[in-house]
Design a protein around this ligand. Structure first.
Ligand SMILES: Nc1nc2c(ncn2[C@@H]2O[C@H](COP(=O)(O)O)[C@@H](O)[C@H]2O)c(=O)[nH]1
Ligand SMILES: [Mn+2]
Ligand SMILES: [Mn+2]
Length: 311
């Protein structure tokens, strides 16, 4: 893949401006990236010209064994995602705070949501945080209104749904804190959750790459400790082998690295990307429980974070 000299110079200028700004202690306002609509090209360009995804800062991290003792003064987060109504065989480890990063159903049917909520009720964690993903169709009110207008053309299996059965679908989640472009502070950690992802076959919470998604990420407060999104950022656990593509969101990456800099970013969506990485500032967790064949084979990922000082 060839880049022109002016493209390389522009990217270097952008990088040095961001570094200078960061050195002044400021956090950069994120703008739409010129490679936003082609994430595979963006990855290649920024990797070759800026070493943006290279060691020593960027590397894989081995998930912690579930029987590791928790150090005093730490909170243990149990991260999971993409369970797709297949929770029966999943062994849940010890922990304090449960985080589910979306796709807990296949279609967001109220029956599936109730089953998921019942499962949540059996889990022993102090706090349980859940966001939606593209499969939670009924949680996306605008999506459902459009689907009805199209007479359920794209999702005929959802056609039996009646609006009165899903209008308040969030209220079925009685055993967790549900976040949708919103935040909660637990044990001193500021946690923000958002379900949006780059458009892919017109599912729920799909948005075009670029400004539309950046508008959502711009709602994340600067001092967020833990960011939960359904989709990955570009370059972190976002590789789709069968398409040989990077599919993470460029604007999400820039928001995480240039502005918010959370301690932990939990997501899923790309089942093949299950695992853990770091860039030296943020730990990235793709917690997809299901494989690409929708088999719930991947264990929840646990991570200990030091409790924030409260003054
Ligand atoms: N090439 C792309 N593949 C994608 C994208 N989003 C999802 N996927 C693939 O689908 C599965 C399952 O996703 P789900 O949301 O239906 O559970 C995922 O593991 C990928 O293989 C995309 O934007 N581009
Ligand atoms: Mn999924
Ligand atoms: Mn998904």
């Amino acid at each position: 893949m060839a880049f022109t000299l002016s493209e390389i110079m522009a990217a270097r200028r952008q990088q040095s401006q961001a570094q200078a700004h960061a050195q002044r202690g400021g956090r950069t306002a994120v703008e739409v990236d010129e490679y936003s609509t082609n994430p595979t090209q963006a990855f290649t360009f920024y990797n070759i010209n800026q070493g943006r995804f290279q060691p020593p800062h960027v590397h894989m991290v081995d998930p912690m064994p579930h029987d590791t003792p928790k150090p005093p003064g730490y909170t243990r987060f149990v991260c999971i995602s993409d369970t797709h109504s297949r929770t029966d065989s999943i062994q849940m480890p010890y922990g304090d705070v449960f985080i589910h990063a979306g796709d807990f159903t296949e279609l967001g049917l109220p029956s599936e949501v109730k089953k998921f909520n019942d499962w949540l009720g059996t889990l022993p964690y102090d706090i349980k945080i859940v966001i939606a993903g593209n499969h939670e169709l009924t949680f996306d009110q605008e999506f459902m209104a459009d689907l009805i207008k199209q007479d359920f053309y794209y999702f005929p299996s959802a056609s039996k749904l009646k609006p009165e059965n899903y209008e308040n679908v969030q209220s079925l989640l009685t055993n967790c804190i549900y976040l949708q472009d919103s935040e909660v502070t637990v044990r001193g950690f500021r946690i923000y959750g958002s379900p949006w992802q780059p458009w892919y076959y017109g599912w729920g919470f799909n948005l075009p790459r670029g400004q539309a998604l950046l508008d959502k990420w711009n709602q994340v407060p600067d001092n967020t400790d833990i960011l939960v999104t359904h989709c990955p950022p570009l370059g972190f656990l976002d590789w789709v082998p069968k398409k040989m593509q990077r599919v993470g969101c460029m604007e999400l990456l820039n928001t995480v690295q240039r502005r918010v800099q959370p301690k932990l970013h939990v997501f899923g969506h790309i089942h093949e990307g299950y695992g853990m990485m770091t860039d030296g500032t943020t730990t990235f967790v793709n917690a997809s429980a299901c494989t690409v064949n929708f088999l719930p084979m991947n264990a929840p990922i646990v991570i200990d974070l030091p409790n924030p000082r409260t003054t």
